[in-house]
Ligand binder design. Structure first.
Ligand code: AKB
Length: 340
């Protein structure tokens, strides 16, 4: 049996790190890791090939596509929400045009290989747009097909790329009279804010939670840019990796949707502070709401309904809020910053 080849874009990012670690532990596959900046030492050795390059460079992607037969593409590269608001044009290029390039590669590969190529896409709760706090509080858990009126360019980019994925998954069905020999099997999860002990995100709006944790661990002051009562769903990074792997592995016939919500816990910013305070006494945190970032967070749902993922591919997070901090985040950041 030939060894599988997996392409991961945005490999240096916080999801990329965890995913590469997990996949390389599983073994039996070649990982081709791509990022704009050189792949970090800690994951480099786990990869079969590393590529420093831009997903907007279609020539580079086409060359990669002639050199490898990809089984699965994990397209993680993206500009996150706060940064995207500052550079909407760049965000559109990276988040939409870049994704389009990858989807084209998936189509080419499925045609050349005459079989299905899986395309795993991390979308986001940013695709939702609640008009005001009162509505946010009233609706609670949001289902996949509700409130799809994103406020940010990032949310718009993510929602549109989901639609592109749907389009490319049906590409041959739309164009060919003959049954397709290969197709793109597009599968997406809408992630909540993610909290990792290993890396800090850059340019996101849910970053206040991981930043608060890492700054407290480093004994540094932190100004939290949202109000204490701000509430969105979060998830510990290991569960996010599990979600991607489980969705990838799910039998096609079990999937009733292309895009799934996944949730774990949904604390307020104050609750995050309180749980951090138990581990690192006297964290120096002040809450000073930033008008723009607060408006973004206020438009995201307080919680998501992930019953479709439970039902279709047995999605259950391992870590609730207490377990995330007690069993994963606190021990791992203590180790990272060598705290006794
Ligand atoms: C961000 O804050 O932009 C991301 C997200 C919720 O998609 N973490």
């Amino acid at each position: 049996m030939s060894i599988k080849t997996i392409l991961i874009t945005g490999a240096n990012g916080e999801i990329g790190h965890g995913l590469i670690e997990q996949l390389s532990e599983q073994g039996g596959m070649h990982i081709v890791a791509m990022d704009m900046v050189p792949i970090e030492e800690s994951i480099r050795l786990r990869c079969h090939r590393i590529v420093t390059g831009d997903i907007l460079d279609s020539h580079l992607l086409e060359t990669l596509s002639t050199e490898h037969n990809f089984d699965t593409i994990y397209h993680l590269a993206a500009l996150l929400s706060t940064r995207a608001e500052r550079q909407p044009n760049l965000a559109h290029r990276v988040n939409v045009d870049g994704s389009l390039n990858l989807l084209e590669i998936a189509v080419t590969q499925s045609r050349l290989q005459g079989r299905e190529i899986k395309f795993i896409y991390p979308s986001s709760i940013a695709v939702y747009g609640l008009p005001d706090i009162a509505t946010k509080q009233r609706v609670g858990k949001v289902k996949e097909d509700q409130w799809l009126t994103p406020r940010t360019i990032y949310g718009i980019n993510k929602l549109y790329t989901e639609q592109l994925g749907r389009y490319y998954a049906n590409f041959y069905r739309q164009l060919d009279a003959e049954p397709p020999k290969g197709q793109v099997d597009f599968r997406g999860v809408r992630f909540p804010g993610l909290i990792s002990a290993a890396t800090l995100p850059t340019g996101g709006t849910s970053d206040f939670a991981p930043e608060m944790l890492h700054m407290a661990a480093k004994n540094k002051p932190y100004t939290c840019f949202v109000r204490e009562d701000t509430c969105i769903p979060f998830m510990a990074m290991p569960d996010a990796i599990t979600a991607l792997l489980k969705l990838q592995a799910a039998p096609r016939e079990k999937l009733t949707r292309m895009i799934y919500n996944v949730g774990a816990f949904n604390p307020s910013a104050l609750e995050i502070f309180q749980i951090i305070q138990k581990a690192f006494p006297k964290p120096d945190v002040t809450f000073t709401s930033d008008y723009r970032r607060q408006a973004i967070i206020d438009s995201w749902p307080a919680d998501v309904d992930d019953s479709a993922a439970h039902r279709d591919w047995d999605w259950w997070p391992k870590y609730n809020m207490e377990q995330s901090f007690a069993e994963y985040l606190i021990p791992a950041v203590r180790k990272r910053y060598a705290i006794k």
